[in-house]
Design a binder for this molecule. Structure first.
Ligand SMILES: Nc1ncnc2c1ncn2[C@@H]1O[C@H](COP(=O)(O)OP(=O)(O)OP(=O)(O)O)[C@@H](O)[C@H]1O
Length: 718
């Protein structure tokens, strides 16, 4: 409406004025204020000239007063002319135009303009409206506002000065209660910290609100959190967002207030962080929905936030932090993003085996209730065995990528005691893959303690040392290398052939800390790794770890052991419950070759394929070796020819080795003894241990099954 009037006014002022006159009822009036500069030939200037001229005729002496709202004192001359358009009561329906000049005169000036009578009316014509029609200048308004603000601030500081804080908050509280008593709204406050503890609901709300940000939001905060791959959007201070759930309208508001500096525990609960603001959400809704909001809506918020978190999360691989293992507290795991590209699609494995593994994983993750019902910890153990380079690690990465589980890489030799192992177990998150690679190398499973005792070097058993590493440290303060000479002389008394190793820790320039490290290291004279067994995790510790009381701490965990020598493992470790599924990763098969060549070269068919497939059966090469050949060039013909040559060489090497063994009168196949066991069955087969039928495992027996270990149940082989 305003725009329409304004447009009309702009296009044709006279028409605009006439139209407005038509609308006026008898006895009413309309005031038009026109502000302009007399230096420009604009409407107000012209109008002003008319008025000046008219009044000069009437009274020469008053000319000076005819620019009543001049702003000349500010360097400009802006005449303000107020046109008072009114319907005259005396002249019945006759329309008249009067110009009010802000003069004090009582007389009325009249003139005729284009055959129309114009009244230059004195101000007294509208005595009651006089103040209302005078528009104060911008300067006046600003100064009035400034003085009002100053008064308010003065009042505020007086209140702060003389009223105690308790009294003020009491008044505020009473005032709020009074307001609330009239309101039907209930507000829940979700603070970031609840008594210095992290409030999970706050985190959940933060994530959830991201999903309901309206597309027309004008201002948002955006950030990229540490170890995350996607941006996070969030509300800015005092921003509101409205959500509708089951037909109920809920209003979220984010508030952040500056507070005196305080310390709160960090998310790992071992350190503390400094905060200087209180952040919280206010969730407002109608009182009558209180139960629904608490029982249903907030659960929905938590569920949605978990989904979003899962979606945003990038997979991680965790490894042990040695400084934390030495009892300094804090999280014992450190992580990096896992970007291993291996998936079930890229794995060179028998299709049937892949399908079986994926089905097994799917069944496992869906069986939370089942595991609870049968009284088993919700975890599953896998043993991947086979020669090096057959894809055991790649399969672990593929499993983690498939389930979207983090990987925890546990090196048993890093641990000193069984309780270290238990501590680690409880610190592992749910939905994770715990990987123990080369289990046969990392832990001696037969009578390890006796062996360790025999091998531990001491003053009485100096032979156990064949090499001693003495830690040296660089003293940044003295700028020289320092060492405990006592340590050297003691070591030299054991063995003269001492290897000095320099430890320089660039991150730690503190001399005191260095001395502490030195003292610590000096205690552990590290002899040759092969001849010295430090106290380690025991077999029983490992057995309990995998399937004892402690293994029940946590849900949805997959434990994967890998080994190149399955026969070296203790049967107790292999039993169902500890290693439920045994997967034999073996040499490359024709099917595996096709998968590799399709991944590496994008080839599905080639005339040389039959020759490669025929050779690959007998040459016994690993997928790693085949992959290496395929990487050599991008031209299919030459790559496949090179691969055929490689396979022929391998085959002839192999037969020469077998001939040599026969000539040396060795037992037939002795050199291949281990190999024969690993190759037992077909390449890439899944060897699944039969598990108690009561726990619902699907036991798939195929032709050619044979009993491998009477104690541990049947091992079914394809
Ligand atoms: N089955 C396979 N499918 C695809 N690639 C494979 C396969 N096996 C091995 N490779 C390739 O060979 C390399 C070595 O594989 P990987 O580390 O998984 O073998 P591994 O059996 O774990 O060896 P090790 O026992 O020595 O640890 C990887 O780079 C991988 O790309």
């Amino acid at each position: 409406m305003f725009k329409a009037y304004f447009d009309l006014f702009e296009n044709d002022f006279m028409v605009s004025l006439k139209s407005r006159l038509e609308e006026m009822v008898p006895g009413s009036h309309m005031v038009l204020t026109v502000i302009g500069s007399d230096r420009k030939a604009n409407f107000s200037g012209i109008l002003n000239d008319i008025v000046l001229e008219k009044l000069r005729c009437n009274n020469e002496s008053r000319t000076k007063n005819l620019t009543p709202h001049s702003t000349a004192e500010h360097g400009e001359h802006h005449p303000v002319v107020q046109l008072v358009v009114s319907t005259s009561t005396s002249e019945k329906m006759q329309k008249t135009i009067a110009v009010k000049l802000g003069l004090e005169e009582q007389e009325q000036h009249t003139s005729t303009c284009r055959n129309r009578q114009v009244f230059w009316r004195p101000r007294t014509m509208f005595p009651r409206r006089r103040t209302a029609t005078i528009i104060p200048s911008a300067t006046t308004m600003i100064s009035a506002a400034a003085s009002a603000a100053a008064t308010m601030m003065l009042l505020r500081s007086l209140v702060r000065e003389y009223l105690p804080a308790e009294f003020r908050s009491y008044i505020f509280y009473k005032f709020e209660t009074l307001i609330n008593s009239f309101s039907s709204e209930l507000t829940l406050v979700v603070e970031e910290y609840d008594n210095l503890n992290h409030n999970n609901l706050f985190k959940a709300a933060e994530l959830y609100l991201e999903t309901i940000i309206p597309p027309d939001a004008k201002k948002l905060k955006i950030s990229l959190a540490n170890k995350e791959s996607k941006f996070s959007l969030s509300l800015d201070r005092y921003q509101e967002i409205v959500d509708t759930f089951n037909g109920v309208t809920l209003k979220w508001k984010f508030i952040s207030k500056q507070v005196p500096m305080k310390y709160v525990p960090s998310s790992d609960n071992f350190n503390s962080i400094r905060i200087s603001e209180d952040r919280f959400f206010e969730l407002s809704f109608h009182k009558k929905h209180k139960d629904m909001v608490i029982d249903v809506y907030l659960k929905h918020v938590i569920k949605k936030s978990k989904e979003l978190k899962e979606d945003k999360r990038s997979l991680k691989i965790f490894t042990l932090r040695h400084d934390r293992m030495s009892g300094r507290g804090g999280d014992v795991w450190q992580s990096v993003d896992l970007h291993h590209p291996s998936t079930f699609d890229t794995l060179a494995m028998d299709m049937e085996s892949k399908r079986t593994i994926m089905e097994d994983l799917d069944r496992f993750v869906k069986r939370k209730e089942f595991y609870r019902r049968v009284g088993k910890a919700w975890k599953r153990g896998y043993l991947l065995f086979g020669p090096p380079g057959t894809g055991k690690s790649s399969l672990i990465a593929a499993i983690a990528n498939y389930l979207k589980f983090d990987i925890y890489d546990l090196e048993l030799t890093d641990l000193r005691t069984n309780s270290d192992l238990r501590n680690l177990l409880v610190s592992i998150e749910n939905k994770s893959v715990l990987m123990v690679e080369d289990i046969d190398c990392s832990i001696e499973l037969q009578d390890r303690l006796a062996q360790a005792r025999a091998m531990t070097p001491s003053r009485h058993n100096p032979a156990a040392f064949n090499q001693v590493i003495i830690p040296l440290a660089y003293d940044y303060l003295d700028q020289r290398i320092c060492v405990r000479y006592g340590v050297i002389s003691q070591a030299m008394s054991y063995i003269p052939d001492i290897v000095f190793k320099l430890y320089v820790d660039d991150n730690n320039q503190n001399t005191k800390a260095f001395t502490a490290i030195l003292m610590k290291l000096a205690v552990f004279l590290v002899p040759d790794r092969h001849n010295f067994v430090q106290p380690q995790v025991t077999l029983s510790g490992l057995l309990n770890f995998v399937d004892g009381l402690w293994s029940g701490c946590g849900d949805e965990r997959i434990i994967i052991f890998t080994t190149n020598h399955k026969e070296r493992l203790d049967p107790a470790l292999l039993r169902p419950g500890r290693m439920d599924v045994h997967i034999h990763m073996s040499y490359c098969t024709p099917c595996g070759f096709k998968m590799l060549v399709s991944n590496y070269l994008g080839l599905t068919e080639h005339p040389l394929f039959p020759s490669v497939e025929a050779l690959i059966e007998t040459a016994k090469v690993t997928p790693a070796e085949v992959g290496e050949q395929l990487l050599k060039c991008e031209e299919p013909e030459s790559v496949l020819t090179g691969l055929i040559e490689f396979l022929e060489d391998k085959k002839s090497e192999r037969s020469k080795r077998e001939d040599g063994n026969r000539d040396n009168n060795e037992e037939p196949g002795a050199a291949e003894g281990e190999l024969a066991q690993e190759l037992d069955g077909n390449n890439g087969e899944v060897v699944k241990k039969e598990v108690d039928g009561s726990n619902g495992e699907v036991v798939k027996k195929e032709e050619g099954a044979e009993e491998a270990d009477g104690e541990n149940g049947r091992i079914v082989k394809g």
